[in-house]
Design a protein around this ligand. Structure first.
Ligand SMILES: NC(=O)C1=CN([C@@H]2O[C@H](COP(=O)(O)OP(=O)(O)OC[C@H]3O[C@@H](n4cnc5c(N)ncnc54)[C@H](OP(=O)(O)O)[C@@H]3O)[C@@H](O)[C@H]2O)C=CC1
Ligand SMILES: CC(=O)C(=O)O
Ligand SMILES: [Mg+2]
Length: 422
């Protein structure tokens, strides 16, 4: 990043007040009467009601529209394990996106913990406060046990965004990109660089969408995950194949798609040039992708190039999913986010890219006429149709699979934030 962009980014976070979020009042608090209702003695009435019936917390408190964004800072973007405090700008950023795109309130919680068990205990003991939990930037393999145990202990949705939000958007983008390139997910040979939280979930969901396990080659920092390796944990072992490939140089030969969820500048020009014709390259590491788009485009002109960033075409980033998915899950009070809900989100997201963009999106992107094709494989995050379509698809899937406490909302589909009813 240039010095001027660095300064702009730091100033954005420092001004007009430090951080990116504030808490606003939703009720009047001006008069003696207001205060006597808001606090003592009035507040005792909802207390008694909730003690009598815990469901009433959804009627008398903000629980139902409140998501906790929780991290231990062990895998902050692609910057690594920089600890919980350094993760706070990212967690506040997720909060900004929840509010901006789906009207959801959130609180970021950065946890110092010695072990997954301590982290799990901490989160489980505060989960009751929230309508949902968005786990963020927790490294593999710890993230898997953390999410599984919290799902088992909590009756609200627990969603590790780096796994499932990333997977939903990646699969939506991959299906569209392969279609544009005249290929199918069933036949595509896919190289996944990275074997952590995002990689594991992306590859599992790609397989649920039709990718053949034997066509996927996954690599971690030690190389290809193959059946001969004796150092694999149970999560990586699921992706071991009997391939003779050992390095990215070996694996990339003739590949149709590259998915990078690892770190910066790990795919070089020579490797890109050895991919099959019409390749798909998703270099999703943030903030710096596995290959610079300018370099990639200079190497070949038949590729679809995507990154996790907002400042290049084709952003493959979980922002396209988590705000809208949680909107739908909260509005039917889903107890979990299941596979059907994820696949419903995939289809809803990818379908929007095939329709003409709205005037609002065109204006927000400098008047450029975005059309489904190599430089427009996924909708833009500001596309208001995401809220209506993804929330409705997720809510319907939750109802259909019996994990919703409430029926499909009467006020759906949402045309915009103003339509949200709490
Ligand atoms: N665009 C998006 O929406 C998202 C992008 N990401 C990006 O994905 C990346 C990984 O995030 P996440 O999965 O949460 O983190 P994890 O810490 O869970 O996983 C990181 C993985 O990257 C691997 N890795 C690191 N260096 C190399 C290397 N030189 N060659 C091959 N593999 C390497 C690690 O290998 P090993 O197992 O050997 O340590 C590990 O498997 C980050 O850059 C992040 O920004 C993540 C989520 C969303
Ligand atoms: C986008 C995101 O969640 C990440 O890079 O970690
Ligand atoms: Mg993340």
């Amino acid at each position: 990043m240039s010095e001027s962009r660095k300064k702009a980014a730091l100033d954005y976070h420092a001004f007009p007040v430090p951080g990116k979020l504030s808490i606003e009042l939703s009720t009047p608090a001006e008069t003696q009467e207001d205060l006597s209702l808001a606090y003592s003695p009035g507040v005792a009435e909802p207390v008694r009601e909730i003690a009598r019936d815990p469901e009433l917390a959804y009627r008398y408190t903000g629980k139902g529209n409140l998501v906790a964004v929780i991290s231990d800072g062990s895998a902050i973007l692609g910057l690594g394990n920089l600890g919980p405090l350094a993760s706070k700008p990212v967690m506040e950023g997720k909060g900004l996106l929840f509010k901006r795109f789906a009207g959801i309130n959130s609180i970021d919680i950065e946890v110092e913990s010695e072990s997954p068990a301590q982290f799990i205990e901490t989160v489980a003991s505060i989960a009751i406060t929230f309508g949902g939990i968005n786990l963020e930037d927790i490294k593999a393999p710890e993230c898997f046990e953390i999410e599984n145990q919290l799902k088992a202990r909590c009756d609200i949705p627990v969603f590790h965004d780096d796994q499932h939000g990333t997977a939903i958007v990646t699969v939506a983008g991959m299906l569209n990109a392969l279609e544009i390139q005249g290929k199918s997910i069933e036949d595509a040979r896919i190289v996944c660089l990275g074997a952590g939280a995002a990689a594991t979930a992306c590859c599992k969901l790609m397989m649920a969408a039709g990718a053949q396990p034997e066509h996927i080659t996954m690599l971690d920092s030690k190389g290809v995950i193959h059946s001969g390796r004796t150092d694999l944990n149970q999560y990586k072992a699921l992706f071991a194949t009997p391939t003779s490939a050992r390095t990215l140089d070996d694996a990339i030969e003739g590949a149709d798609a590259f998915l990078g969820v690892s770190g910066p500048n790990l795919l070089n020009a020579a490797q890109l040039s050895r991919m099959a014709v019409n390749p798909v390259v998703f270099a999703c590491s943030n903030p710096d992708p596995e290959i610079d788009p300018a370099l990639a485009h200079s190497v070949r002109d038949d590729l679809i190039m995507a990154t996790g960033r907002s400042d290049f075409p084709n952003q493959v980033n979980n922002v396209l999913c988590f705000p809208f998915l949680f909107r739908g899950a909260l509005d039917v009070r889903a107890t979990i986010i299941n596979e059907d809900m994820k696949l419903a989100a995939v289809e809803a997201i990818r379908a929007i890219a095939k329709e003409p963009v709205t005037d609002a999106v065109r204006r927000a992107y400098g008047g450029v006429d975005l059309q489904f094709g190599r430089d427009y494989i996924l909708p833009k995050p500001t596309d208001e149709r995401l809220l209506g379509r993804v929330a409705a698809a997720v809510a319907q899937a939750a109802v259909d699979t019996g994990v919703a406490h409430l029926p499909f909302p009467d006020h759906y589909p949402l045309a915009g934030l103003a339509d949200i009813k709490l």
